[in-house]
Write a protein that binds this ligand. Structure first.
Ligand SMILES: [Zn+2]
Length: 495
C-alpha cells in the first residue's frame, strides 16, 4: 500500500534526488537489500610524500553491529580531504561513501614531505557489511577542491580471508550514557590509553566525567536523547604516554605520543590497528582517545579519531574542541600558534570547513543567513592589539616548554620539573583569563560576521564570531557557524 506523500515531503524528495543522496525517500534500495547489519572494516596502508600517494590494502574485517545510519549511506556533506566509496560491482551503483581526513593527509602538508620524505600510515574505513562484492575506492581532494581517485580494489565480503577476530579478552567496557538503537543515535566511543589494570576504576570515573561534559555542551545537549557514550579500555603496561621531547617513553595499549608531526602539543597515535581492535568492542560512529595524563594536548582528525588528556586544567575544553574537529570536520579558528603545516588551506580556494571562510563562497558570506543584521564583512575588531598580546604569550609559553623539556631530559630534580610545569599551567590560565576579559571589553561577543584570522592564517581567512571554542581555550560555546556545522553532521547519524 502506498502512503500519500505530503507536498513538503515531495519537495524534499526532489531536493534529495537532485543531490544524488541515497535515502529511503529517493526510492533507492532499502538497507537490508544491500547490507547485513554488521560492520565491514577495510584496513590499508597510506604511503608517500607531498604530491604522491600509494594505497595498499591490508586486512578486511567483519566486526559487530553497524552503528551508523540505515538511510544516510552516501555522503552528502562533502567534508574532508578524502572520500571512501563502495560501489556494488553487479549494478555499478554507489551504495556507500564517507568523507574523512587522514594522518597521511596531514603528513603530506609538512615540510619534510614537501622535500620528498616518505612515511606510511595505517588507516581504516568502516561501512555496513555489503551482501555482494564491492569495488572499494579512495578519492583524494586536489588543490582546486575536486576529487580524484587514488585507489580502487574489488572486495568480496564473503571471501574466506575476511577476518572475524574475537574482541580482546581483557577489555573493560563502561556504558556511561546509552540513548538507544545505534542506527538512530550518535554513538561515541571513548578509548582509554595509558590506564593500567589497577587504574580501571579511574578510567570508569573519567569516562563518565567526560560524557557529562559533552552532554552538557550545546548543541550536543539538545541531542542528549540521541547521543550514546561508551568507554572501552584494555590495560596498558604503563601509565601516561610517550613524550619524546621530554625523554619519556611508555609502553601503552594504543601507542599515543606527544610531538606528533613535530608539534609539541599534538597528541596522536600511529597504531591504528590497536585502536580499531579496542574500539570494535562497542558500536561507534566517533572515537575519542582519552590519554591518562596531566599534560595539555590533543588532536582531532575528521572521521578518523580525536585525542585528549584526562587531567589537565583544560581537559574539558580540549575534549570538546577536538571533538569538533573529529566529528564535524571543523577547522581551527586560531592562527597564531606555530603549526607543522604548509598549504593546509590552499590560497584562493574556499575551505570546505563550515566555520572558516576565505570570503570566496559563491553567493556571499558562507554563513550570511546567520550574520548579525548590519554587520560588515570583514568585521572590524582590534586584531593588532590581540596579536601583539598573543605574540608575547606565545614567546613565554615557548620558553616554558623548552625549559620543561631541558629539565626532564637532563634528569633535573622532580621539584624543579614540577615548578616549571606549574609555572606553565599558571601562565596559560592567567593568559586566558586576561584574554576572556579583553574579549568582553570589546563588546563584539554577540556579533556574527567575518572576523579576520582563522585556520592558521592571520590574513585572508575569517571566522564567524570574535571567540569560539574552536578559537581560544575554555569550555565556552561553539560559534554560530560551528553550531550549525555540528547539527548538520549530527543529523546524518540521528535522522
Ligand atoms: Zn566556531
Amino acid at each position: 500500500m502506498h502512503r500519500a506523500i505530503p507536498a513538503a515531503t515531495a519537495a524534499l524528495f526532489l531536493l534529495l534526488s537532485a543531490l544524488g543522496t541515497a535515502s529511503a525517500a529517493t526510492g533507492a534500495p532499502a538497507f537490508a537489500d544491500r547490507f547485513h547489519d554488521e560492520t565491514l572494516r577495510v584496513d590499508y596502508f597510506h604511503t608517500g610524500a607531498a604530491g604522491e600517494e600509494i594505497v595498499a590494502l591490508d586486512r578486511v574485517h567483519r566486526q559487530g553491529t553497524w552503528a551508523g545510519s540505515l538511510v544516510h549511506l552516501v555522503d552528502c556533506l562533502d567534508l574532508g580531504r578524502y572520500l571512501a566509496v563502495a560501489t556494488d560491482v553487479a549494478s555499478g551503483e554507489v551504495i556507500f561513501s564517507r568523507g574523512f581526513d587522514s594522518y597521511f593527509g596531514e603528513w603530506a602538508t609538512t615540510g619534510p614531505a614537501s622535500e620528498g620524505v616518505r612515511r606510511t600510515y595505517h588507516e581504516s574505513v568502516l561501512m555496513p557489511l555489503p551482501k555482494a562484492p564491492i569495488r572499494f575506492s579512495l578519492e583524494a581532494r586536489r588543490a582546486d577542491g575536486t576529487m580524484a581517485e587514488v585507489f580502487a580494489q574489488e572486495i568480496d565480503p564473503a571471501a574466506v580471508e575476511v577476518r572475524r577476530d574475537p574482541a580482546p579478552a581483557d577489555a573493560v567496557v563502561v556504558e556511561a550514557a546509552v540513548a538507544g538503537d545505534p542506527h538512530a543515535c550518535l554513538d561515541i566511543a571513548i578509548l582509554g590509553e595509558g590506564y593500567t589494570a589497577a587504574e580501571a576504576g579511574k578510567f570508569d570515573r573519567d569516562v563518565r566525567r567526560f560524557a557529562g561534559i559533552l552532554l552538557g555542551q550545546e548543541p550536543f545537549r539538545s541531542l542528549s536523547g540521541r547521543l550514546s557514550v561508551r568507554g572501552v579500555m584494555v590495560p596498558s603496561q604503563q601509565s601516561g604516554c610517550d613524550e619524546p621531547e621530554r625523554g619519556v617513553h611508555r609502553n601503552t595499549a594504543l601507542g599515543c605520543t606527544f610531538n606528533s608531526l613535530g608539534s609539541e602539543r599534538y597528541l596522536l597515535t600511529e597504531d591504528n590497528r590497536a585502536l580499531r581492535e579496542v574500539a570494535a568492542c562497542v558500536p561507534y560512529d566517533v572515537v575519542s582517545l582519552m590519554v591518562n595524563h596531566t599534560r595539555y594536548g590533543g588532536g582531532g582528525i575528521y572521521n578518523l579519531f580525536n585525542t585528549f588528556t584526562s587531567d589537565n586544567q583544560w581537559s574539558p575544553y580540549v575534549f570538546v574542541h577536538e571533538f569538533g574537529h573529529g566529528f564535524a570536520g571543523l577547522a581551527d579558528e586560531y592562527y597564531s600558534s606555530s603549526t607543522a603545516y604548509n598549504d593546509f588551506y590552499p590560497r584562493g580556494v574556499e575551505p570546505r570547513e563550515r566555520n572558516i571562510t576565505a570570503l570566496l563562497a559563491p553567493g556571499g558570506l558562507k554563513w550570511g543567513d546567520l550574520a548579525t543584521p548590519g554587520a560588515a564583512a570583514p568585521t572590524a575588531w582590534p586584531k593588532a592589539e590581540h596579536d601583539a598580546a598573543d605574540a608575547v604569550y606565545q614567546q613565554r609559553r615557548g620558553e616554558n616548554t623548552d625549559l620543561i623539556a631541558k629539565l626532564m631530559r637532563g634528569g633535573a630534580p622532580q621539584a624543579e620539573v614540577d615548578a616549571a610545569l606549574a609555572a606553565g599551567e599558571e601562565l596559560s590560565l592567567v593568559h586566558q583569563q586576561e584574554l576572556d576579559a579583553w574579549f568582553a571589553k570589546t563588546g563584539l561577543g554577540g556579533i556574527v560576521g567575518a572576523f579576520e584570522g582563522a585556520g592558521y592564517c592571520s590574513e585572508g581567512m575569517y571566522r564567524a564570531q570574535l571567540d569560539c571554542i574552536m578559537f581560544t581555550k575554555g569550555l565556552k560555546s561553539f560559534c554560530a557557524a560551528c553550531t550549525r556545522g555540528i547539527r548538520e553532521v549530527a543529523a546524518t547519524y540521528t535522522e
